[in-house]
Ligand binder design. Structure first.
Ligand SMILES: Cc1cc2nc3c(=O)[nH]c(=O)nc-3n(C[C@H](O)[C@H](O)[C@H](O)COP(=O)(O)OP(=O)(O)OC[C@H]3O[C@@H](n4cnc5c(N)ncnc54)[C@H](O)[C@@H]3O)c2cc1C
Length: 471
């Protein structure tokens, strides 16, 4: 591989690979190199098969929204036939209360009224959302939910929804940055419930329905996908294959300096690599280390974004050993001091080909801001702790027949209040540097679909066709 390129992509996760794949497909004469510090590409995304189980160490799947996301990419890579939609059961979600009781997430007015998740006063307060005034100032998700629906709803839903998905803190997470659609409903319709109703009816009318019905939770839930047979690694393999000759593994960039009209990246070995344009497809803290000498203030902003450690622990059981079979996509935990699991994905329920017949595979997320010490446990202790939690919930009688444990240090960036403005201002400064581009889960969303769309935004800029990424 030469040491001079038109475009240098630093970071070979899903974002960096997608930037390179888009560039090489659309502008074949552009010389591109991907420098990846690790010994494999894919970054957080990866899976393998063991003993008949599919182990997704990072993401278990993706949801698709907006054009140019993962399903479009999969089609471009020839993977359309391998896309696997989650079973319809994935539309059901549970909340774990009092360490062992699974309550279905209410999906209709009747189930809301019957739900044991809220007291009668809590339900009344939630219904009063319809008359709550609009407030436009940016605020944390917890405070937003408490203001609109009451504190009971915030405790029962907002806290677990953030903890169980990213390990983060709903009292820090910006509703505007993380859930822009919910905020849009308040801005546009004053009330979330009214907005959801009006939006659903508009869609029903547009679809030619004559009798309009109340919205169902499923209509707002997005469909989850993975890849048949191999899980998420299939996407990494196909991307890597499409850019194989451009990728260099074990190449950690330790400095980025101006070099004439372009840039020079220096590897930890001291080797220089020059390019006219550089894409930093890195976690925030790694991008900050390279940007520091050029934009110290923005680098500090990136360094300050919290990334709680989380642990993905998966356990397989014989179906016959469970008094209660896992149902739905999984559960989110309303935290107490006794339960370590923050949330589960019922892998074998939603993707039956990911566990051998007669077994179940339950993937759990643990640690996060709720339980920082969990990251320090040995693998044996982490699996045993999760097993004890699952025993209470599902009435497990036997021992696990399979397990895996993967610790993610500094896992998912937490978009705190003010994130959107800070990032927009920072990206504008980076654009003024000239020749440096940022993409990845720090900027326009943390999901794989967001990362793929962000990668495409940068690739579009580089091949000269501007597009707007709406978050
Ligand atoms: C446990 C977990 C579960 C998740 N579940 C889901 C899910 O179910 N669905 C979903 O949509 N999203 C999920 N996400 C989020 C999603 O997986 C990530 O946001 C996304 O994969 C980030 O991709 P990326 O390429 O931007 O970054 P990364 O995957 O972090 O890739 C960055 C790459 O840069 C490399 N690198 C770092 N520093 C340097 C350097 N100095 N020089 C060269 N290379 C460097 C790293 O080795 C890495 O390979 C999950 C995340 C985690 C942690």
């Amino acid at each position: 591989m030469s040491n001079e390129f038109d475009v240098l992509v630093v970071g070979g996760g899903i974002t960096g690979l997608t930037v390179a794949q888009q560039l090489t497909a659309r502008s074949p004469r552009t010389s591109v190199a991907v420098l990846e510090a690790g010994d494999r590409t894919g970054g957080i995304v990866g899976s393998y098969r063991r003993e008949g189980f599919t182990v997704d160490t990072g993401p278990h799947g993706f949801v698709v929204y907006g054009p140019g996301g993962v399903s479009d990419l999969a089609t471009e890579l020839g993977l359309a036939d391998e896309l696997m939609a989650a079973e319809p059961a994935a539309q059901r979600l549970f909340l774990l209360r009092d360490d062992h009781v699974l309550e279905p997430m209410p999906t209709s007015v009747t189930s809301f009224l019957r739900s044991a998740l809220l007291s009668p006063m809590g339900k009344l307060r939630a219904a009063a959302e319809i008359v709550m005034p609009r407030r436009l100032a940016e605020e944390p998700f917890f405070h937003f939910t408490a203001r609109r629906f009451g504190v009971e709803v915030a405790r029962a839903l907002a806290v677990p929804a953030v903890l169980g998905v990213t390990g983060g803190d709903s009292k820090n997470l910006s509703v505007d940055a993380k859930f822009p659609f919910i905020r849009y409903l308040e801005k546009e319709y004053r009330s979330i419930l009214v907005g959801a109703l009006r939006t659903t009816w508009q869609q029903q009318r547009a679809a030619g329905k004559r009798i309009l019905t109340l919205p169902k939770f499923e209509e707002f839930g997005m469909r989850l996908f993975s890849f048949r047979g191999q899980g998420m690694q299939r996407l990494v393999d196909a991307l890597e294959k499409s850019v194989a000759e451009h990728v260099r593994l074990g190449a950690r960039v330790s400095a980025l300096d101006r070099d004439g009209d372009g840039w020079r990246a220096t590897l930890t070995s001291g080797e220089p690599v020059r390019a006219a344009q550089v894409v930093l497809a890195l976690p925030a803290y790694a991008a900050a280390a390279l940007l520091g000498p050029h934009l110290p203030r923005f680098a500090a902003t990136l360094t300050e974004i919290p990334h709680p450690d989380v642990r993905v622990v998966g356990i397989g059981y014989r179906e016959a050993d469970l008094a209660r079979q896992p149902d739905g996509i999984g559960f989110l935990t309303i935290p107490t001091e006794h339960t370590h699991i923050l949330g589960t994905i019922h892998t074998s329920t939603i993707f039956p080909d990911q566990a051998p017949p007669g077994t179940v595979l339950i993937r759990t997320l643990a640690g996060g801001v709720q339980d920082r010490g969990f990251a320090e446990l040995s693998s044996v202790d982490a699996v045993e702790t999760v097993h004890q939690d699952l025993r209470r919930v599902f009435g497990v009688r036997g021992r696990p027949v399979f397990s895996f444990d993967h610790l993610w240090r500094r896992a998912i960036p937490e978009y705190q209040v003010g994130h959107r403005n800070r990032i927009d201002a920072g990206l504008a400064e980076v654009a003024r540097l000239g020749g440096v581009h940022l993409a990845g889960n720090t900027y326009h969303g943390v999901g794989i679909n967001d990362c793929v769309r962000d990668a495409r935004r940068v690739a579009d800029d580089l091949v000269g066709t501007p597009v707007t990424v709406s978050s």
